[in-house]
Design a binder for this molecule. Structure first.
Ligand SMILES: CC(C)(COP(=O)(O)OP(=O)(O)OC[C@H]1O[C@@H](n2cnc3c(N)ncnc32)[C@H](O)[C@@H]1OP(=O)(O)O)[C@@H](O)C(=O)NCCC(=O)NCCS
Length: 137
């Protein structure tokens, strides 16, 4: 595809916790060591994007065990953002969730990311609800 980022996508490929932590740091995040190792057992699967051996993109797909899958933690390496990698990993996650037999893929996001999820990734807006379960900080 012309203009497509030069990356290799994989589904459920090995991904050490430390490597995902380094990706999170690259876009200014503050990873909690052991976070990915802890949540991976609850994942339907995850997409990695690599440029050579370097991890440049990631998204996780959680699952209810039936029709519903949930897109979580889309991440693109800081210096590779706005090159199409995020949309590419999400597109792959959509295809993988469909292949796994899911009917619905949900996502929520900050308002400024509407152009990313709704326009670039093809999600449609819907009513949704949210309860914050922890005491206010
Ligand atoms: C959100 C994120 C994953 C987007 O990844 P990306 O690889 O930069 O996205 P893409 O290059 O595929 O973007 C495709 C289009 O989506 C839109 N878009 C992407 N990021 C956007 C942003 N921050 N604000 C508004 N629109 C955005 C643009 O229309 C973009 O096309 P353009 O660059 O030609 O204008 C990336 O910014 C990121 O990792 N952020 C830090 C982690 C995070 O907040 N993740 C979201 C969790 S819900």
């Amino acid at each position: 595809m012309p203009g497509a980022p030069d990356v290799v996508l994989a589904w459920r490929a090995p991904l050490p916790d430390e490597e995902l932590g380094e990706l999170i740091r690259s876009h200014g995040g503050d990873p909690v060591p052991g976070w990915w190792d802890r949540i991976r057992p609850f994942s339907l699967g995850w997409v990695t994007a690599r440029s050579g051996t370097l991890l440049v993109g990631f998204v996780n797909v959680a699952w209810d065990g039936g029709d519903h899958a949930f897109l979580l933690d889309t991440k693109t390496r800081g210096d590779r953002q706005r090159t199409g990698i995020g949309a590419l990993v999400v597109r792959e996650a959509v295809a993988r969730a469909r292949s796994a037999g899911c009917e619905w893929l949900h996502v929520d996001f900050r308002p400024e990311l509407r152009p990313f999820y709704l326009d670039a990734c093809g999600f449609r807006p819907t009513d949704a609800g949210l309860v914050h379960l922890l005491p206010p900080r």
